[in-house]
Design a binder for this molecule. Structure first.
Ligand code: HEM
Length: 477
């Protein structure tokens, strides 16, 4: 079979030496693997973990050649038995293989989370951000919790019309529990059943079959998060007590369709993935923002001067101000570049074998793009480790269209590129502008009154997020 697949006997891309059977199992550190891949200094790295081929690419050119130009080969997802079978998460289109079902459900998502529709919820968005500012004012030390709650509230409220007062909201609790299970199950190698499929038949009561009990719990949490807020929004529509939301809007649109039931199922599945995909990514970016501000007081001051000039002292920024805030926008772009929260994007999977630049890429390979390294290319972004929003600006202070936007990589690639990026960017932009206009962010002071040196350490995972760090947040009004 090897010979038919690879008749020219091309070599695999280069990579570290492999041990018999386990291959490179011990070459991938649990901690910040994207930095290890960057230090391998090759454009394409081949790793083999047990029998699984993994290719890491670290140039924008290769990402565009493979994920965009050859999207028919490079747009599948790895089908994890734990996730898709035992947790029954195969309804999530983010996990589906490239094909018609995925295309239909993703189209629904685009329709309701695209920039045009999202604008209709601007007033609601600023309302939720105002509540976030009040929480930040009352308990600044809990800025990590508030950062999470603001995005949970935005997604729940805009998608389902559910008003979130605090973290104890049942829908948020269920969605979070499901998400935690998802995060564990998606990590390659976390569960043996993904390598030894026969284990899926082991009864849950057998000692050592904890993975089956976990799968069943996580499955229930995910069902709850997908169905309960959806059903409540649907019931409110019938009872005439509706809070406008994406669900009610979508259900109204299909009210007279002949295939209403099928369409409703697609809407349910499509929107059911938004919370999980959107909250953690956006929260993590906002947490990195607090770190960037406390370590770069000069940047903070420039942004605040721009906000004073454009918005003035007597109100908060609103949507119509955003196009006049290029410096704040440059901060967001630099944040997405400097600390991409999906440093290896989401793994793509090859549907057939391929040949690229003289190398053989086997069918069924996991292909990872090292977004971290792509956004640190010194030719595109000189001194890439420095946080410098000015790199996106012209000398007159307007945005420079000649500088590559980090969205070339931070939202993924090709047909699987993040469909929630408009939602994410507009929510982050508004939140960051409001925080900068209201608060000063600084490092805490030590006993001698000197600023403490705060370091940023990231938790590794598909979505990287910062470990807690201290920070003082004081009103500047
Ligand atoms: C800072 C914020 C965000 C970042 C950095 C981000 C990043 C990403 C990345 C890297 C991917 C994988 C793309 C690929 O496979 O090549 C992705 C997929 C996805 N994202 Fe986002 N995302 C963000 C916000 C959001 C939001 C707010 C939503 C929902 C409203 C969302 C929904 C999705 C969905 C549904 C997918 C799966 C798409 C598919 O597989 O077809 N994301 N995102």
């Amino acid at each position: 079979r090897k010979q038919t697949d690879n008749p020219k006997r091309l070599p695999l891309p280069p990579g570290p030496a492999k041990y018999p059977v386990i291959g490179n199992l011990f070459d991938i550190p649990d901690d910040v693997p994207w930095e290890t891949f960057s230090s391998m200094a090759q454009k394409y790295v081949h790793l083999k973990i047990l029998s699984q081929h993994t290719i890491v690419i670290s140039s924008m050119e290769a990402a565009s050649d493979l994920f965009e130009k050859r999207h028919a080969i490079y747009s599948d997802r790895f089908q994890s038995v734990m996730l898709t079978e035992l947790m029954d998460a195969s309804w999530l289109f983010g996990l589906m293989n490239y094909g018609n079902v995925w295309r239909k459900i993703r189209k629904v998502f685009h329709r309701y989370y695209g920039a045009g529709i999202i604008q209709q919820y601007d007033a609601l968005r600023f309302d939720i951000i105002r509540t976030f500012l009040k929480r930040l004012h009352a308990h600044p030390d809990k800025f990590f919790d508030h950062s999470h709650l603001v995005f949970a509230a935005l997604l729940m409220n805009i998608t389902y019309g559910v008003r979130i007062e605090d973290e104890s909201n049942e829908h948020v609790v269920e969605a979070e529990a499901g998400q935690q299970g998802f995060n564990q199950a998606i990590q390659p190698g976390r569960f043996w059943v993904d390598y030894l499929h026969i284990l899926k038949y082991v009864p849950a009561w057998i000692p050592g079959a904890n993975f089956k009990r976990l799968a069943s719990q996580w499955r229930q949490h995910m069902y709850h998060a997908r169905d309960r807020p959806f059903d409540e929004a649907k019931a409110s529509l019938m009872l005439g007590t509706v809070t406008p939301s994406i669900v009610t809007h979508a259900l109204e649109n299909i009210a007279n369709s002949p295939d209403r039931d099928e369409q409703e199922l697609m809407i349910r599945y499509s929107l059911g993935g938004a919370f999980g995909a959107g909250v953690e990514t956006s929260t993590s970016t906002l947490e990195c923002f607090f770190y960037a501000m406390l370590t770069h007081p000069d940047v903070q001051k420039k942004a605040q001067a721009e906000l004073d000039r454009v918005v003035g002292p007597s109100r908060l920024p609103i949507t119509s101000d955003l196009p006049n805030l290029p410096y704040v926008e440059a901060i967001l772009k630099e944040l997405l570049r400097w600390r991409p929260v999906t440093p290896l994007a989401l793994p793509h999977y090859t549907a057939t074998s391929d040949e690229y630049r003289g190398y053989y890429i086997p069918k069924g390979s996991i292909v990872l793009a090292n977004v971290w390294q792509i956004l640190r290319n010194p030719l595109r972004y000189p001194c890439p480790d420095q946080f410098r929003p000015e790199r996106f600006l012209k000398s007159d202070g307007s945005l420079n269209p000649d500088i590559s936007d980090p969205s070339i990589a931070c939202f993924g690639f090709g047909r699987r590129i993040c469909p929630g990026s408009s939602f994410g960017v507009s929510s982050l932009f508004s939140t960051i502008a409001c925080v900068l206009h209201t608060f000063d962010i600084a490092p805490p002071l030590d006993e001698d009154g000197k600023p403490v040196v705060v370091e940023l350490h990231m938790h590794s995972g598909m979505i990287a997020h910062p470990k807690q760090f201290p920070c003082t947040i004081q009103s500047n009004l």
